[in-house]
Design a protein around this ligand. Structure first.
Ligand SMILES: Cc1ncc(C[n+]2csc(CCOP(=O)(O)OP(=O)(O)O)c2C)c(N)n1
Ligand code: SF4
Ligand SMILES: [Mg+2]
Length: 350
């Protein structure tokens, strides 16, 4: 059950480039547990889309099943939405994207949804390079079904009632890097300063963007012995960089010391500025990103930040050579080129 929020707001609320307030990007009232990390991610999504000045009706938000997959109801109430079947968001989103590339696609999923039942779907979406932002709200448990270990629970991590996980964990960031994702980041729901710019960069990226966002489940995975609790993530967070997203229309200002700044221009002219916390870290080197992850994992650290970015990404439409016009705007002549064209095609296959 969800509740509608009252529409009135303070007349002096700040507006974005479209004259809309942050309230115009909200959804219905959350029914998640108070303190759930997923609610902070919804707030970060609202902030990012509002700051970018994207019209809400230009966004399509899709999800699977889980507490995480319920969250699209709680943001961007005026956007297109589709709550699919458990683990099937990637195929529904791929189909929608192929039919209409003009929308901004945002997929929200959980670690159970993406790393277990939907793992095959996740893999194929990444390797195909569907132009979208994929946020995994990763709490290391099946929250909605009351706290079973998920495939991202770390080996040795303790469940609320004391059981120890004996299985190896799947690292969604490492998998996405292996599979060719062109924007790969990890963040923490409790670090809005890091998360909001990462979401903005992902939404502007014209390729597949993954954000693995650690998001503590206060009901089932926030105790001592858990490696996905607020305390654990805060104590073990190792950020490789801090991101600022600068749109073409905004004035560029130099505010960082030389040697610690990496600038990457994206296809649309937006500039991603990375304040490097590690001077040696190169966000455009896929192999280095995988090595960095592995080295820090061995030290028990959770690496966050923008780990990999391909500034010249290709997406599924580039690979398939599809028509740019949304399919529902094509006329009969374009959709049905006639008998002679069909004959020619058939002849090629004989
Ligand atoms: C086909 C199918 N299998 C199993 C379920 C039961 N189920 C619902 S949500 C869920 C796991 C959700 O975990 P996750 O994706 O991590 O989301 P969270 O609730 O932790 O945010 C499962 C197994 C289902 N709804 N459909
Ligand atoms: S059960 Fe866990 S994941 Fe689900 S709403 Fe509650 S805190 Fe969030
Ligand atoms: Mg989960």
């Amino acid at each position: 059950m969800s509740y509608l929020k009252p529409a009135f707001h303070h007349p002096k609320l700040p507006t974005n480039a479209l004259g809309l307030t942050r309230r115009d990007y909200e959804g219905s009232i959350s029914t998640l547990c108070a303190g759930c990390g997923h609610d902070s991610i919804s707030a970060a999504i609202i902030q990012a889309v509002w700051e970018l000045g994207i019209e809400p009706h230009r966004v399509a938000k899709l999800s699977g099943i889980g507490c995480s997959s319920k969250t699209p109801d709680y943001f961007l109430g005026a956007s297109h939405g589709f709550n699919s079947v458990h683990g099937r968001m990637p195929s529904v989103l791929t189909g929608a994207n192929l039919a209409n590339r003009e929308l901004v696609y945002l997929g929200v999923s959980g670690d159970g949804d993406s790393a277990s039942i939907g793992f095959g779907q996740f893999a194929h979406l990444m390797r195909r390079g569907v132009n979208m932002t994929y946020i995994v709200e990763n709490n290391g448990v099946y929250g909605l079904t009351k706290g079973q270990f998920s495939a991202t629970s770390d080996k040795g991590s303790k469940a609320k009632k004391g059981a120890v996980n004996t299985d190896e964990a799947i690292d969604m960031v490492a998998v996405a890097l292996e599979l060719g994702a062109t924007y790969v980041a990890r963040s923490f729901s409790g670090d809005k300063d890091q998360l909001v710019p990462l979401i903005k960069g992902a939404l502007l990226h014209r390729g597949v963007a993954l954000i693995d966002c650690l998001s503590p489940c206060v009901a089932f995975n926030n105790h001592e012995g858990s490696t996905k609790s607020y305390d654990y993530v805060r104590e073990h967070n190792e950020a490789v960089n801090r991101l600022d997203v600068i749109l073409g229309r905004e004035q560029l200002t130099a505010e960082y010391a030389p040697g610690v700044l990496a600038e990457v221009r994206q296809h649309d002219g937006s500039m991603l500025r990375l304040r490097k916390l590690h001077d040696a870290y190169d966000p455009t080197n896929r192999v280095a990103a995988l090595n960095h992850l592995a080295q820090h994992k061995a030290m028990g650290e959770i690496v966050t930040g923008l780990l990999y970015l391909d500034p010249e990404p290709e997406d599924l439409h580039d690979h398939l050579g599809t028509v740019a016009t949304p399919l529902n705007q094509l006329d009969d002549a374009a959709l049905c080129p006639g008998e002679a064209a069909l004959e020619k095609l058939n002849a090629l296959l004989r």
